[in-house]
Design a protein around this ligand. Structure first.
Ligand code: CTP
Ligand code: MG
Length: 232
């Protein structure tokens, strides 16, 4: 079986965005933010199944946001993004279905997911252990120490801003997540966990519309983009 599963992490509380409910459930141009990426994944021919990881206590918000969408039951996440992803992977591994061959791990907070990116990720995955979309950075990036003293300036042409979805072979990313589960450090994306495990991860061309909704002002961009893309 060559199954490809999309694991959408939506268990955060959206603290930086403020507001009365977690950002993934906020209405953007008439639909909850979460629905945009779910609809892109549901419509994609290379994605066989979608599982969503939600926050404990968000069951009703989730049910009303996704009413009518053909989705299996959600999985309960954890206190950090890393833990939410690991719980999602473990739930998939423990299920009745045969293990998926490939997994696309995606942030619910990135509503606009071009089909081209999924194709490019899965194509890249034929030759590597993991693949993610990335964008060239416009600013010069400084690496600093705890006192904000500069350590070095990596050459800008070799830097990429990481986005999601991030694609992996299911068994290798599950093993990598298990390996770091008890470590004190927290990894901010799954590629970093794959790197820690010594896996080969490739960056493919990202997309500006894969931007993450993080702050309140990002909702305005999201609503404008939904209209521009003809999704609203
Ligand atoms: N996420 C998750 N479980 C967590 C924390 C985050 O599933 N415990 C998910 C979020 O729902 C989001 C993605 O990871 O889709 C990226 O995280 P981020 O943008 O940081 O979202 P939040 O953690 O919700 O926001 P904040 O950090 O501002 O609280
Ligand atoms: Mg967060």
């Amino acid at each position: 079986m060559n199954r490809t599963i999309a694991l959408v992490v939506a268990a955060g509380s959206g603290t930086r965005a403020g507001g009365h409910r977690p950002k993934q459930y906020v209405e953007v141009a008439g639909r909850p933010l979460l629905c945009y990426s779910l609809q892109a994944l549901l419509a994609h021919p290379l994605v066989d199944e979608i599982r969503v990881v939600i926050g404990h206590g968000h069951e009703e918000l989730y049910a009303s946001a996704t009413a009518g969408l053909p989705l299996p039951p959600p999985i309960t996440g954890g206190a950090t993004r890393q833990e939410s992803v690991r719980r999602g992977l473990e739930a998939l591994a423990a299920g009745d279905e045969p293990l998926p061959r490939r997994v696309l791990i995606h942030d619910a907070a990135r509503p606009f997911l071009p089909g081209r990116v999924i194709v490019d990720l899965l194509t890249a995955l034929r030759n590597v252990d993991g693949a993610l979309p990335g964008l060239a950075v416009v600013d010069t990036i400084k690496r600093v120490d705890e006192n904000d003293m500069i350590i070095d300036t990596p050459p800008r042409h070799l830097l990429r801003a990481a986005q999601t979805p991030q694609a992996f072979h299911f068994d290798t990313i599950l093993a990598a997540h298990r390996q770091v589960a008890d470590m004190a450090v927290e990894f901010s994306d799954d590629a970093a966990i794959a790197e820690h495990a010594g896996l080969r991860v490739k960056v493919i061309d990202g997309a500006p519309e894969l931007r993450k909704v993080t702050y309140e002002e990002d909702f305005r961009w999201a609503a404008e983009t939904a209209r521009k893309l003809g999704l609203a």
